[in-house]
Design a protein around this ligand. Structure first.
Ligand SMILES: [Zn+2]
Ligand SMILES: [Zn+2]
Length: 166
């Protein structure tokens, strides 16, 4: 959904829209349902609301797909930038939820998608204590145990220490 900033009424506008995320390495499927309230405060665009995300993610450790649902509170400020290299596709950084726009339009689909992606943890895990795959036999250690798992862990810790010392 493209929002033309000139068409935002003085008392703001409520929008509801769905976005399907493109699948990538970590996200198999993703559907975002956004309910946002947009105000134009003299060129500073303030966006508040909620994004509900139904996701099918790939665990970084065991590679299994798992379902996740996130409810995010949105509080984004968009400011106009004169630099043509910046556009609404670039959220400024993860901590300050600021975005830039150059034209009079903001692509809300991109904004919602980036907001969600920035909200995901660096490591996507099916559960915090996910045991991952055995690096020797490849078994999913959450589902089965193997005989090599113990030795492998000691071995790989030793390798890590070696690597750290070099
Ligand atoms: Zn996992
Ligand atoms: Zn094994």
């Amino acid at each position: 959904m493209i929002i033309n900033l000139k068409e935002i009424p003085d008392d703001g506008v409520k929008i509801e829209f769905d976005v399907k995320l493109p699948s990538d390495e970590f996200i198999s499927e993703g559907l975002l349902k956004s309910k946002l309230f947009i105000r134009n405060l003299g060129g500073m665009i303030v966006i508040n609301g909620d994004i509900n995300a139904s996701l099918l993610l790939n665990c970084n450790r065991c590679l299994n797909e798992f379902k996740d649902e996130l409810n995010l509170s949105v509080n984004i400020t968009c400011v106009q930038s004169e630099e043509s290299t910046l556009d609404s596709r670039q959220l400024m950084n993860d901590e300050l939820d600021v975005c830039f726009y150059t034209d009079d339009e903001i692509d809300m689909d991109v904004l919602a998608s980036e907001f969600l992606i920035n909200s995901l943890p660096m490591k996507i895990l099916c559960k915090e204590e996910c045991l991952g795959l055995c690096s020797v036999c490849g078994i999913n250690l959450n589902e089965q145990t193997c005989l090599c798992s113990k030795e492998t862990k000691v071995g790989s810790l030793g390798d890590l220490l070696k690597a750290a010392m070099n």
